[in-house]
Design a protein around this ligand. Structure first.
Ligand code: AMP
Length: 286
């Protein structure tokens, strides 16, 4: 496994890789969720490239850029075991040199949900992913359904800017008690860690209601909200029952596929999670 930092080193190493090349973009501090993407890439591609970059432009001024967990040595050991060919771990100055002034802005689909709570977040995500795609030139790129709107934004950007690659979205990997794996789970103290199962419990309650025949989107939002409100350590930021393709909030009855999603603060840690419901239980556009 080769590890490179600069874009010129990356380009040189990329030229030596057999095709098709699969790219797995990450912010590091890897867990089983990331490794599932790596394994999917490993099984489908001749070469696997993993990028590790805590992208400053997708963090808001009051967010956790400086405290975001990092452990490159451990990440490299995990990736080596997975048979990854090339790891690209650039510095922020390499990606955003002085004078940088070009941004990728995806519109409609980036506006609701995370987009409305984290202004500028998806501009940072789309810009850095466009740069990763340009530098690595993969045939396939792997993302997690954990960040459902991110996957939808990247799909939209890929289509709109004619990136010549396939976007693959993999299911959410969870802890045994249902908590979606996340590098940010490391912020939780033991009480908060227990309370953090509330997202899964809340989504499960709404899915249960749906499976029992409830079709009113408002009612599902209410079911999710009540479960969160019953958890003293949790503070709800939003719950949503949205069209799975457009991510627009559903008013009235659910007909096709819907994305149930939420952001919840547990202590100071902001967690997100989602379930897809509806006839076809798979990721948007997948
Ligand atoms: P991150 O390092 O948090 O930016 O995540 C890198 C990629 O891993 C993104 O495409 C995430 O959606 C995906 N990912 C993160 N957590 C999970 C999880 N629990 N299950 C599946 N994919 C995940």
């Amino acid at each position: 496994m080769e590890t490179v930092k600069t874009i010129s080193e990356l380009r040189a190493a990329r030229l030596r890789l057999p095709q098709p090349v699969g790219l797995v973009p990450t912010m590091g501090y890897l867990h089983e969720g990331h490794l599932t993407l790596v394994r999917a890439a490993r099984s489908e591609c001749a070469s696997v490239v993993v990028s590790i970059f805590v992208n400053p432009t997708q963090f808001g001024p009051a967010e956790d850029l400086n405290s975001y967990p990092r452990d490159l040595r451990r990440d490299l050991q995990l990736l080596e075991k997975e048979g990854v060919d090339l790891v690209w771990a650039p510095e922020a100055e390499e990606m955003y040199p002085p004078g940088f002034q070009t941004w990728v802005t995806v519109e409609e689909i980036a506006r609701p949900l995370e987009g409305s709570m984290r202004p500028g977040h998806f501009r940072g995500v789309a810009t850095v992913v466009a740069k990763l795609f340009n530098a690595v030139q993969p045939q396939r790129a792997y993302f997690g359904q954990k960040d459902a709107q991110q996957a939808a934004v990247i799909r939209q950007m890929t289509r709109d800017l004619n990136f010549n690659l396939e976007i693959i979205v993999c299911p959410i990997v969870r802890e045994p008690d249902g908590l979606a794996m996340s590098s940010r789970n490391t912020y939780l103290n033991p009480q908060e860690r227990q309370a953090a199962t509330v997202l899964y419990r809340s989504l499960s309650a709404a899915r249960q209601a749906y499976q029992s025949g409830e079709r009113e989107a408002d009612r599902l939002r209410q079911v999710m909200t009540e479960v969160i409100q019953n958890e003293p350590l949790a503070r709800l930021q939003y719950v949503s029952c949205a069209d799975a393709d457009t991510l627009q909030e559903i008013t009235g009855r659910i007909s096709g596929r819907a994305l149930l999603s939420m952001a919840v603060f547990v202590g100071k840690t902001r967690l997100i999670d989602n379930f897809l419901i509806g006839e076809e239980n798979h990721a948007p556009g997948y």
